[in-house]
Design a protein around this ligand. Sequence first.
Ligand code: GLN
Length: 560
Amino acid sequence: MVFRRSFRLDLRVHSEYIFPKFINNLIDINMPTKYIIVTGGVLSGLGKGIASAAIGHLLSSKLRIVPIKCDGYLNVDPGTMNPFEHGEVFVLDDGGEVDMDFGHYERFLGVNCKSTWNLTMGKVFDMVRQKERRGDYLGKTVQYIPHVTNVIKNHIFGVAKDESADLIIVEIGGTVGDIENELFLEAMREMKEDVGRENIVYVHLTYVPIPYGVNEQKSKPTQQSVNLLKQRGIFPDVIIGRCSEFLTDSVKAKISNFCDVEPEAVITGLDVEDIYEIPLIFEKEGLAGILHKKLNIYSPPDMIRWGHLIEHLKNPKKEITVAMCGKYTQLEDSYASIIESFHHCSAHLGCKINLKWVETTDLRDDGILDDVNGVVVPGGFGSRGTEGKIEVIRLAREKNIPYLGLCLGLQLAVIEFSRNVCHLEGANSTEMDPKTPHPVIDILPEQKEVIDKGGTMRLGAYPAVLKESSLTHSLYKSLEVSERHRHRYEVNPEYHQALTEKGMVFSGNSKDGRLVEFIELPELNFFLATQAHPELKSRMEEPAPLFYGFVKACMNGHRS
Ligand code: GLN
């Protein structure tokens, strides 16, 4: 099945480029959607998500690219998985809770992903079961092949059509040989018949070790992994070998020879300090040119601005330390988007940002903030560690240390202010203390209805109207903003007046005014919190405004 849609490439833009010969074929108003399938071998954790996102970045200048991630697990989505197990749950505009690789896709590609772009085996089986119950299979025996693989392929083709995609990049989670992803691999094998061999490229990411004492790049794991892939009928066109050095010509030749790929299609996936260097490495290795040739496309990478940002990142002129007060601080993956957001600020402000991880479950030390320039309280669930965080917020407020609160960080700032400034003794969130005399944070009746209907959280992007001339407004430079949410509780409207009377400013509210989206304390240099998760929309080329403002305040070193 090949979806044809109109071809939107503006070739005039590239008049300064010398067009390779194959470009002539491109002047075709019916270019079919192209596909790049990314699989992984040898080890997990080699960075398939980042490799896929970086490939997308290289090709994104002229093509509408849609990334799709296939995960072999049976959960319908990662929303219910513990951060210890699965890292951060990434939330999309449409409220979808997806794998954190979607964060990489959005940050490298500058797109807003949709939940349909994440296909888990749980979702696939759910679709097959629904079709079977509806009688769609007309009395047939429902089988893995072709019924399950057809559901996978049709889903991918459906996304391609709905999004009018020029290029779909499908990342297959896991490692070749895992039972979990066999059906996805089989569907990917079959796909070349549906879309035509000239419209699909298989990229395999492997590992090239340099064993201690041998001191030589070893290609055998790659050969074995490619053999596993070939046994499944997939013959890779491009092999990316993750290695601590650039692959030597001889190792490239060996991989090329044993794995039947052209030598120039063996690419180094260099270990780098910073993941944002990967597109630059791939470009240096000639990956974009190879993909252009194999797919008969032309979308030259524009790496100049990106390169400048990476330069800034590597040569910071200033340095600050920010306290991150969380519960999962041993597991940095659970705060991946926040870390990335700081990274984006580093690149734009030329400032190295050290994160001091503060575990708030047993906080006793008043001097905890002595060596930091700012404090962040990120999102979180449950009561463990919250009293410690409230203490840290009190210190930040009293010492006028820049504070940025994210979701739970807003709720706890409201609790701290209620207790210590409004003198509402025992004020709390009903999440932590259902019997609190002052439920300043509570589940609102409208949210209770959602819970009764089976939805448990307020998820996805919601608009907020900002207060003119507030700090929040000056950072966003707009009076209406949209940020993503993942929470149940809200500032209780019954306490709005008490809080504002004592000087807390609600600098952003939902359109109907009932929900508090942003708060700030204007007397302080920078004390701002939001019910949303602005870190989810920060991009290398466009840092989240609140983070940017917060880092600038930290750099100014305001202390009372
Ligand atoms: N636990 C809080 C709530 O559900 C905050 C959630 C969050 O920080 N993401 O409202």
